[in-house]
Write a protein of this length. Structure first.
Length: 315
């Protein structure tokens, strides 16, 4: 499925039904008085978070969402039916902004979270409502109100406990596939991962969601490579795992690669720099005598208080 994590759309709630002007006419009550019913309320536009979606792709061809109108009132004091609310399902982690002011309107995090983006118009009152002792036969009624309209921007921030970050082709997707139920595309060339992948690791009664985002390169904040827009998907992560590739076999280069990724993260959101993280050196199987390099890495990160481990997603 195509991965879409940001879009703009317009919503328009349904109009309220018109009130009815009617008078009771029966065989023995030729002047029975006003009996026009009220119009029904228009349908509202409601966004609801669900765990059944991981992308905004379902809305790609629904850029203009309109609610249903309320029915008009009728004679015999019959009120019009209310317009049915339109419920738009979005992935958990969807943030809704006013597209014109950029004001944040809602952050739908938990399943079932709802936000009324546009309320349906009020139904017009029938002439029965305006009857009084001074005005026994009103010959007017109200039209229904228009529904609310809004221009919205939706932005998805995936909800993951752990985020995997690193340069392209360091094996993030392989690690995700090895420890979770995810089946990301894996190949030996840069930028195999073109959109975030989610995996779930179950340990006992605990469920840990892990996000693998496309690789970062130096200058990603200037839109080099795939850019840094995917970093929003680790903004909610409680822990980050920086993945390095031991394939290069060079201590200084590995440290430089780590700093490249850290700098790109700072450029996107300084808050990510304060997020707890540890370093996983992948592709241990590529080294015939790894002891010296691993010892240098372990001492380097240990002196900085950073947890470090060497792994092989392949073996």
């Amino acid at each position: 499925m195509k991965f879409i994590d940001s879009m703009r759309l317009s919503v328009k709630a349904g109009r309220g039904g018109n009130g009815c002007m009617s008078f009771l006419r029966e065989r023995f009550r030729p002047n029975g008085g006003p009996d026009g019913g009220n119009g029904g309320r228009g349908g509202s536009i409601i966004f609801e978070a669900t765990t059944n979606l991981q992308t905004l792709a379902d809305l790609e061809y629904q850029r203009h969402i309109k609610g249903s109108d309320g029915s008009h009132g009728k004679g015999s004091a019959r009120n019009g039916a209310m317009g049915e609310d339109t419920v738009v399902l979005v992935p958990c982690g969807t943030i809704i902004y006013d597209a014109l002011t950029n004001e944040g309107l809602a952050d739908l995090v938990e399943p079932g979270d709802r936000f009324v983006a546009a309320r349906g118009g009020r139904g017009g009152r029938g002439n029965r409502y305006f009857s009084s002792s001074a005005r026994k036969a009103p010959r007017f009624c109200e039209n229904g109100d228009l529904g609310e309209e809004a221009e919205l921007r939706l932005e998805l921030k995936l909800i993951a406990d752990v985020g995997l970050v690193g340069l392209p082709n360091v094996g993030k997707s392989s690690i995700l596939a090895a420890i979770s139920n995810a089946q990301p595309k894996i190949a030996n060339y840069p930028f195999t991962t073109l959109s975030p992948n989610l995996g779930v690791l179950t340990t006992g009664y605990e469920r840990i969601v892990i996000a693998d985002i496309p690789g970062l390169i130096e200058g990603a904040h200037m839109n080099k490579g795939l850019g840094i827009q995917f970093l929003r998907h680790i903004a909610r992560s409680r822990l980050l795992i920086h993945v390095l590739s031991l394939e290069c076999r060079d201590f200084d280069l590995l440290i430089e690669e780590l700093e490249t990724v850290r700098n790109e993260m700072r450029s996107f959101d300084p808050d990510l720099d304060t997020r707890p993280y540890f370093v996983a050196a992948n592709k241990l199987d590529e080294l015939e005598e790894p002891e010296e390099l691993l010892d240098k890495l372990s001492r380097h990160f240990g002196s900085a208080g950073i947890s470090f481990c060497a792994v092989s997603a392949l073996t």
